[in-house]
Design a protein around this ligand. Structure first.
Ligand code: SF4
Length: 369
C-alpha cells in the first residue's frame, strides 16, 4: 500500500442488507469481507433511510452501510442549473453518501441521511450502460461516479472502480471520470485503462482544505496520488469547486495551481474546472448546524438566475480570471472551464465563452475522444 500519511480509511460498523440484493455478487463479497460485523436484513431500504433521516447525524449511523437496490436509473444527466452553461455530464450513481464530511457538501441537504448506501445490483448497471452506449454509438458520454459520493473513498473495500476502468477501456463513445478527495488508488495501478478513465481530484486552497475539508486527505497527499496516476498513464482532472472567498485566497489558490504543475504534464490534463461556492436558500442553516466552526457562511451571498445563493459577480469573476491566468501561464493547452456559470461570467472571466451548453460539451468531449 502506498504511504499517504493523511489517508482516510472508513471502516463499517454495521451492515443493513435489502432483501432484493441479498444474492448479488457485490453483496456476497461485502458480507464475506465483513463476516464479523452485525448484519440486519430488511425488506425495504426506504423505511430505513427515512428513519435515519429523522434521527439525523447520530453517531450510531456514521459507521452504518446499506446494501440496496438502485431502483431508478443508474445513469442520469447532471441536472445542471437553470439559465447557466452546463457541461452536459452524466452521473453514474453507484453509491450515495460520503465519509469525508466537508462543511459545504451539498449532500447534507440533498441526501438528508447519514447512511452510506451502495447499490449492489451491478448487473443492472452494466446492462443499462450497454444499452446507452451501444444503442447511441454516435453520442459521446462523459460519465462520473463522484456526484452522490466520492469516487475513491470507499474503494478500499467495495473495489468497484477497477471493474469500471476495465469496462470503459474499450468504449469508443465514452469515458469514465473518477472524482475524489481520497487516495485509495491501489486497485487502479497496473490496469489496462486505454486512457478511457480520467482520475480527478477536488482541490482547494491549503487553508480551506484544512478548515472546511478537515476529514479529507491533505492537498499534498491528493496531489501525490494524482502523480502516481499520471505515472500509471491515466489522464488527470482537477476541480476547484467550490472556490471559497477568504482572506489570502489569491496566495492560497495560486500555490495549489503551482503545485499541480510541479508534476502534471499539460498533455495529461483532461480538464480543470472552476466553480464558486453556491447553495440553495436555507442550506446555510444546515452548514451552521453540522459545522458550527465553518466560516464559509459568514460571507455575503446573493441569489443568482437559478435562485441559488452565490458570491457577488465581481468576486467570482476576479477569482476565475486570476485562476485562468495562473493556469494558462503554465500551458495554453490546458482546458479550463466554469461549472454552472452564465455566459456573462464566462466572458468577463476568460474573455470568451462557449456560448451554449452544447458547445461546452463538444469542447470537453473532443479533449478525451
Ligand atoms: S468529498 Fe465530496 S462528497 Fe464527500 S463530503 Fe466532501 S464534498 Fe461531499
Amino acid at each position: 500500500m502506498i504511504d499517504f500519511p493523511s489517508r482516510k480509511t472508513f471502516t463499517p460498523a454495521k451492515i443493513f442488507v435489502e432483501e432484493s440484493v441479498e444474492n448479488t455478487e457485490l453483496t456476497q463479497k461485502l458480507l464475506q469481507r465483513f463476516s464479523t460485523l452485525p448484519v440486519e436484513h430488511i425488506a425495504d431500504a426506504n423505511e430505513l433511510l427515512n428513519k435515519a433521516a429523522a434521527e439525523g447525524r447520530k453517531p450510531s449511523w456514521q459507521g452504518t452501510i446499506l446494501l440496496a437496490k438502485q431502483r431508478g436509473p443508474f445513469l442520469r444527466y447532471c441536472p445542471g442549473t437553470q439559465n447557466h452553461i452546463c457541461c452536459m455530464y452524466h452521473n453514474l450513481d453507484v453509491a450515495a453518501g460520503c465519509d469525508l464530511d466537508c462543511s459545504y457538501c451539498i449532500l447534507q441537504g440533498y441526501l438528508n441521511n447519514p447512511l452510506k448506501t451502495f447499490y449492489c445490483n451491478m448487473d443492472d448497471m452494466y446492462a443499462e450502460l450497454d444499452r446507452a452506449l451501444l444503442h447511441h454509438p454516435n453520442r459521446f458520454y462523459r460519465i462520473g461516479t463522484g456526484e452522490l459520493s466520492d469516487s475513491l473513498t470507499f474503494d478500499h473495500f467495495i473495489h468497484i472502480d477497477a471493474d469500471l476502468v476495465g469496462y470503459f477501456s474499450d468504449k469508443k463513445n465514452a469515458i469514465i471520470e473518477l472524482k475524489s478527495k481520497n487516495v485509495h488508488i491501489e486497485d487502479l495501478l497496473g490496469l489496462e485503462h486505454n486512457r478511457r478513465t480520467v482520475i480527478s481530484w477536488s482541490l482547494n486552497a491549503e487553508t480551506m482544505a484544512g478548515s472546511e475539508e478537515p476529514d479529507a486527505p491533505t492537498l499534498d497527499d491528493r496531489l501525490a496520488a494524482s502523480k502516481e496516476m499520471q505515472r500509471a498513464g491515466y489522464r488527470l482532472g482537477f476541480h476547484f469547486d467550490p472556490m471559497l472567498d477568504h482572506e489570502g485566497w489569491e496566495e492560497g489558490y495560486r500555490e495549489t495551481v503551482d503545485k499541480i504543475f510541479t508534476f502534471a504534464k499539460p498533455e495529461n490534463i483532461a480538464w480543470i474546472s472552476l466553480g464558486a461556492l453556491r447553495y440553495p436558500a436555507g442550506f446555510d442553516q444546515i452548514i451552521r448546524e453540522n459545522h458550527p466552526d465553518s466560516r464559509i457562511v459568514l460571507g455575503e451571498l446573493l441569489p443568482g438566475l437559478d435562485k441559488k445563493l452565490r458570491y457577488f459577480m465581481p468576486i467570482r469573476v476576479e477569482m476565475f480570471e486570476k485562476m485562468y491566468r495562473w493556469i494558462k501561464s503554465y500551458s495554453q493547452d490546458v482546458l479550463v472551464y466554469l461549472c454552472m456559470e452564465n455566459d456573462e461570467v464566462w466572458r468577463k472571466s476568460f474573455g470568451w465563452s462557449p456560448g451554449s451548453s452544447a458547445a461546452l460539451k463538444r469542447m470537453l468531449d473532443e479533449r478525451v475522444k
